[in-house]
Design a binder for this molecule. Structure first.
Ligand code: AMP
Length: 623
């Protein structure tokens, strides 16, 4: 009799059906592939035992070379050796031009929005270059794991926009890969440390590589990471520390700035080696080739290096401060700080980052591999090798989500195609003096006007303290969780009054309906723009009317004679008539006219306000 297999509770039902999956860290300088094997995430080496694959692709007449060999040829064959695909992918030609002449490639002059680079084996796009790198890594994984990959997770910087993400996905498709999903690099690092399984809270991911620095503030909310803010410096990294040491050596050894190129290149390599030695030792010995075949011997100690490093580290800390400010949190609210990138091996960096956040950063996992390892863990879950509830599946929003603002306009908070889960917040204010409630109307669609979008939900925020129009601050947060559920919350910031609603935006919409809505938005783009302009002009006009009427009611009688008041009222009437019409320019013109006619009145109100404030006080008190 055949034995029936019964899985243990919580285990995958069919352990023998383990599906192969890999995580890929597609980096600017180096890339890595990792997979979960026997329950442990590990990066996979090539046949020579090397884990890192330089992200360099060389095109020759005989074919394509990827990795170490390509990198070695970069100096001798710069035009055909592409080393910056990640900096170019998903960016239009105009952006690439602004990157400056620093790129040694020959770009094909063409109208297309995708840049193409001329090589001996034809023109290639950055997407195709990335596809070559992905192909090599996927092949390595399939060789090592012994079968075809069911899918991959590829990491991208948190700040990558839609186009850059889409182009990365397209590169993977071109390489014949099934992309389970793209994962933000900082999120992958957090997953590698298991932070997704810990308590909800805010984490900082500090990523200092060879040439770039990124800081990301993530919030873990019910098992899902949201990017609260990102920051950094795309031109700050380990290379700058090498440079600082090299300059110090030149000073000590009396090497001039204009020394031979070869001497300087060797010097940079020696400086880098010394820097890396100083991560483990107190002193690094130096034996430097100087111009004229001589040598200079000396040493550099940690204290000297720290002095050279501190100004650079200070720059990273300033960026951390800015990122925290953008996320509206303080350093002591950060639960864990994750270190990513080879340069976080420097003890001084760890020390200063620890001082700033008030806690020792997490450094146990190799900072070069942590992103790939997190991606591998995620890929393993998405391949179905773990119970479903471990990490939630992510997707993109099919249509934009937004809310109704004055004038029947839709303000989009989450554009279509945004990867979910996502959270976006925006502040709104009251339109009328003393307004104590706000109607929140949640909409889905691409069009500009409410009537052309799909209404998802309405709710009210009540209990706003009465203030003058424009003074209240209401933060509306849209959160789409991994299942596509939208939660909208409105909060009045001075008193913390809140209201919220949850909807399932994609509910009931078929693919055809979604494409129909998109089609309509393209067809009506011009008309929508006109309507938007008119609606905005009306809102602005009405704001002027409201403000002026309120002012006249409060002090018009006291500050204006009848003769002075007449032209103001005429201008107000003309503005009201324009608002009733359909001409946006006419409304703007009349609103400007009101402001001009009222100039003297506004000034008089200000003076009267100052006099009231000063009544009974001595002028010196105000200085
Ligand atoms: P990544 O781009 O993340 O691979 O980082 C590479 C950078 O890390 C280079 O600038 C290396 O010099 C630097 N790096 C690697 N190992 C160390 C180390 N032990 N100490 C200091 N910097 C290191």
């Amino acid at each position: 009799m055949a034995l029936l297999q019964i899985a243990e509770p919580g285990q995958a039902a069919a352990p023998h059906e383990h599906r192969l999956a890999a995580g890929i860290d597609l980096g600017t300088t180096n890339s890595l592939v990792a997979a979960v094997r026997s329950g442990q995430a590990k990066t996979l080496p090539d046949a020579q035992g090397r884990h890192l694959l330089p992200s360099v692709v060389r095109y020759t007449q005989d074919g394509v070379i990827v990795g170490h060999e390509a990198r070695e040829a970069a100096a001798s064959d710069p035009l055909n050796t592409i080393a910056s695909a990640k900096r170019l992918i998903g960016r239009p030609v105009s952006d690439i031009k602004s990157l400056g002449g620093s790129l040694p490639y020959e770009f094909v002059d063409q109208d297309s929005s995708v840049p193409r680079i001329r090589t001996v084996s034809g023109d290639v796009s950055p997407m195709e270059v990335s596809a070559e790198i992905l192909r090599v890594l996927a092949h390595r994984a399939e060789e090592t794991l012994g079968g075809e990959l069911s899918g991959v997770v590829i990491t991208v910087p948190a700040y990558f926009d839609d186009a850059q993400r889409q182009a990365t996905k397209d590169a993977a498709r071109l390489a014949g890969l099934n992309v389970f999903r793209l994962l933000n690099e900082p999120t992958a690092a957090a997953v590698a440390y298991g932070l997704d399984r810990g308590a909800d809270g805010v984490h900082a991911i500090f990523d200092l590589g060879g040439g770039t620095f990124d800081i990301s503030i993530l919030r873990l909310n019910r098992g899902v990471f949201e990017v609260m803010s990102t920051g950094g410096d795309s031109a700050l990294g380990g290379d700058d520390f090498d440079q600082a040491i090299a300059e110090w050596i030149m000073d000590q050894a009396g090497i001039a700035d204009d020394a031979d190129h070869k001497v300087l290149r060797q010097l940079m390599q020696d400086a880098r080696r010394a820097k890396e030695v100083l991560s483990d030792a107190e002193v690094a010995e130096l034996d430097i080739a100087i111009p004229g075949d001589g040598r200079w011997q000396g040493s550099i100690d940690r204290e000297t290096f720290n002095r050279l490093a501190d100004p650079l580290i200070r720059k990273t800390i300033s960026a951390c401060r800015r990122a925290l400010r953008d996320a509206d949190i303080s350093a002591d609210e950060v639960r864990e700080v994750v270190m990513v990138g080879g340069s976080t091996r420097m003890p001084r960096v760890r020390e200063k980052v620890g001082d700033f956040f008030g806690r020792a950063p997490l450094v146990d996992i190799d900072p070069d591999k942590v992103v790939a390892l997190g991606a591998a863990i995620q890929a393993d879950v998405l391949a179905g090798n773990k119970p479903d509830d471990e990490i939630l599946l992510l997707d993109v929003t099919p249509l934009s989500l937004g809310l109704e603002t004055m004038g029947g306009l839709v303000e989009k908070l989450i554009p279509r195609n945004t990867t979910i889960p996502v959270a976006r917040a925006q502040e709104f204010t009251t339109f009328k003096d003393g307004q104590t409630a706000m109607a929140i109307h949640v909409l889905q669609g691409e069009r500009e006007m409410v009537e052309h979008c799909r209404s998802l939900a309405r709710f009210e925020l009540r209990g706003i303290p009465p203030m003058v129009a424009g003074a209240a601050r209401i933060r509306v947060t849209f959160r789409v969780d991994a299942d596509g559920l939208l939660n909208v919350e409105a909060e009045e910031l001075s008193q913390g009054v809140r209201a919220q609603v949850t909807v399932k935006p994609s509910y009931g919409l078929t693919d055809e309906e979604i494409s129909g809505m998109l089609q309509a938005s393209y067809e009506h783009a011009e008309q929508d723009m006109q309507e938007r302009k008119l609606a905005e002009a009306r809102v602005e006009g009405m704001r002027v009317v409201e403000a002026l009427q309120a002012a006249l009611a409060s002090d018009g009688d006291r500050l204006l004679s009848n003769d002075e008041r007449k032209p103001i009222e005429t201008a107000l009437e003309q503005l009201n008539q324009a608002i009733a019409g359909n001409d946006a320019d006419a409304i703007e013109e009349q609103a400007k006219n009101v402001e001009k006619v009222c100039e003297f009145y506004v000034e008089r109100r200000m003076n009267s306000g100052i006099q009231e404030a000063m009544a009974g006080h001595n002028i010196n008190e105000f200085e």
